[in-house]
Design a protein around this ligand. Structure first.
Ligand SMILES: NC(=O)c1ccc[n+]([C@@H]2O[C@H](COP(=O)([O-])OP(=O)(O)OC[C@H]3O[C@@H](n4cnc5c(N)ncnc54)[C@H](O)[C@@H]3O)[C@@H](O)[C@H]2O)c1
Ligand SMILES: O=C(O)C[C@H](O)C(=O)O
Ligand SMILES: [Mg+2]
Length: 607
């Protein structure tokens, strides 16, 4: 049977499966529509031919469909056949053309039938994540106005000021649990894409459904269109967003305030994830809302947890105890929302580890931005970067603004971590200089997205920096063939390993807010997920095939942290007292049980 050989189940590391028994009888699903309205609704549509005859009778579909009933399994096989033949037929065509063709076929299925769409996505996550998420989502955003066929999610624009409280009620679902919002101002490493950035919340929420099992009827992608400063888009006749420069200052923040209040009024328990906001607004909105609403910024906080898990992994990969992190030299390239988010969390973790192990706390971090090494001598030092600027007296031989190459040659760092958004900044010379690293297993993280913005490719990293490196990248690269049967393992150092678990854990705990402790628990869970044996092979993160399992573990860690901090108010029928009495295993089981899984449910009509 096709589902028995699914790679998802085969690759699952844990014996407990996040997939329900295939024999389980699905519960009914109440619909408030009938007839053709059902066929046009991707939440309920069963690819038309999948409606059994009794259901056709009940829902007034008789006569609207050809007589033959096609099973879910047959529909699944048929879709996969078309996808595979598209793959075959596009061999040799330019990469971007193939990527968009794959995105189109998946997007069409998404528009028609969400159950089948999410099932093929879950079962083929390794193949499909790069199509619906990073890196193809970047290309989709760049071409969004031309690709546009149907809207998805909600669009709030600067023109809607004063109207949002009523507009929010235009969304057709009664319940929304997870919202991802962007203002399109820093889409991956591609800059300001205005309204076209809506592709990012859509892709992130697809991962929420696939990895965290959030019901797709309870997700909401949101675009806050406050204009764009992208000249090319402003001149583009087809551009679908507001053709005006971005709002700034009070005008800007009052729009975000209004949106947050409207959402909170209609769905007080919904989690709001901020995504791909330019740095100043990313930090400002996080500070402004994190105590008032259940919200987090994925680029600052999700990325930090994934990077920290990677840094701890590199210490283990060298066969050293975690406390040795204080003795590492870690160069962070990029002082934006992601780089500074990583540093904030990692500095706290290093202090904690040093305190717990009795080691003297040392600062292992060195920060560079577009103007080179950031020191206290920097003129107009950004206040957000100031806590991480080095004192020139402590870093003998390195000047303010030193280039990356100078820094690497002088320091011989253990880790090079890129969040600069600039493709190729880990040049051949820089990578070759990493051969002199003081680490027996130097680590290179080229975390910028999409692929062309990665600081280096996997191939170049292994070629120039040596075969003994540990490598991670934000966008997927294939493992590198090192010859003689040896393989250079590529880790996907992407916040997708954490944000679904953070959101799910926050939701199921019913926490009022997302605390540092909950985020730290998520990161620690990811950091301890891999075995020593894997880590020694340079495998720092689980395979994406296991993303539901790792998300269940992360979600449970977040729930437990919320309970420990007395932030958990419970979810649905599970109250705070029940959460309090759950063991670790019970909590994982609770989280897993709450994951939605795509199967056709019998539809029952109610007026
Ligand atoms: N892998 C992941 O999970 C993940 C998560 C978040 C962000 N990212 C990626 O990180 C990148 C940066 O995101 P951000 O939000 O921090 O952007 P940002 O615009 O806020 O910051 C970019 C930073 O890079 C610096 N920079 C630019 N050119 C540089 C150069 N040549 N050398 C050194 N530094 C340079 C800038 O000075 C700035 O400090 C993006 O490409 C994004 O896709 C990846
Ligand atoms: O979207 C991603 O793939 C990761 C991250 O949130 C980014 O902004 O690059
Ligand atoms: Mg992002």
């Amino acid at each position: 049977m096709w589902w028995k050989v699914s790679r998802f189940a085969a690759a699952s590391r844990l014996s407990r499966s996040t997939r329900p028994l295939s024999t389980a009888i699905p519960g009914p699903c109440i619909v408030h529509k009938r007839g053709a309205d059902i066929l046009h609704d991707p939440w309920f549509n069963k690819q038309d031919t999948g409606f059994p005859l009794t259901e056709r009778d009940r829902l007034g579909l008789r006569g609207l469909l050809p007589p033959r009933v096609i099973s879910f399994e047959q529909q699944y096989a048929r879709f996969m056949e078309s996808y595979r033949s598209l793959e075959k037929n596009t061999v040799g065509q330019p990469e971007g053309v193939v990527a968009l063709a794959k995105w189109r076929i998946l997007n069409r299925l998404h528009d028609r039938n969400e159950t089948l769409y999410y099932r093929v996505l879950i079962d083929n996550i390794q193949d499909f994540a790069p199509v619906i998420y990073t890196p193809t989502v970047g290309l989709v955003c760049q071409n969004y106005s031309g690709l546009f066929r149907r809207p998805r999610g909600m669009y709030f624009s600067a023109k809607d000021k004063g109207e949002m409280m009523s507009m929010i009620y235009n969304w057709p679902a009664d319940q929304v649990e997870m919202i991802v919002i962007t203002d399109g101002s820093r889409i991956l490493g591609l800059g300001d894409l205005g309204v076209q950035g809506i592709g990012i919340p859509i892709g992130k929420l697809d991962m929420y459904v696939a990895a965290a099992g959030i019901n797709p009827q309870k997700i909401l992608p949101v675009m806050l269109d406050v204009g764009t400063n992208n000249e090319k888009l402003l001149k583009d006749r087809l551009y679908l967003g507001l053709r005006q420069p971005r709002l700034e200052g009070e005008e800007y923040i009052s729009i975000v305030d209004e949106f947050m209040e409207a959402v909170h009024r209609r769905w007080p328990k919904a989690i709001v994830q901020f995504e791909d906001f330019q740095m100043k607004w990313a930090f400002e909105t996080l500070q402004r809302y994190r105590k008032r609403f259940c919200t987090f910024n994925d680029d600052i906080q999700g990325t930090a947890g994934v990077a920290l898990a990677g840094l701890l992994g590199t210490v283990r990969a060298q066969g050293r105890p975690l406390a040795d992190i204080v003795n590492q030299k870690i160069v962070v390239v990029g002082a934006g929302s992601a780089g500074l988010g990583v540093l904030s969390m990692a500095v706290q973790a290093v202090l904690r580890i040093a305190e717990n192990s009795g080691a003297a706390a040392k600062n292992p971090f060195f920060l560079l931005d577009k103007d080179g090494l950031v020191t206290k001598e920097r003129k107009n030092l950004d206040p957000m970067a100031a806590p991480f600027a080095r004192d020139p007296a402590e870093i003998e031989g390195l000047r303010e603004g030193a280039s990356l190459l100078e820094v690497v040659k002088k320091l011989k760092p253990h880790v090079l971590l890129g969040l600069s958004g600039v493709g190729g900044v880990f040049s051949e010379e820089v990578l070759k200089a990493m051969r002199e690293s003081d680490s027996i297993k130097p680590a290179i993280f080229a975390m910028s997205n999409p692929t062309m913005n990665a600081e280096c490719t996997a191939e170049d990293a292994f070629k120039h920096a040596g075969e003994n490196i540990v490598f991670g990248s934000g966008s997927p690269f294939k493992n590198v063939d090192l010859g003689n049967g040896k393989v250079g393992h590529v880790n996907q150092a992407n916040n997708m390993y954490l944000f679904p678990g953070i959101g799910l854990g926050a939701l199921l705990s019913g926490a009022r807010l997302i605390s540092d402790g909950m985020l730290q628990a998520a990161s620690e869970c990811l950091a301890s997920y891999m075995t020593d044996e894997d880590i020694r092979k340079g495998i720092l993160y689980p395979s994406i095939d296991c993303i539901r399992d790792i998300t269940a573990e992360v979600g449970a860690a977040v729930v437990r942290a919320a309970v420990a901090e007395e932030l958990a108010e419970g979810h649905c029928e599970v109250g705070p007292r029940e959460l309090l009495h759950m063991s670790k295993e019970d909590t994982v089981e609770y989280v897993t049980r709450n994951m939605w899984f795509p199967i056709y449910s019998p539809l029952v009509h109610e007026k």
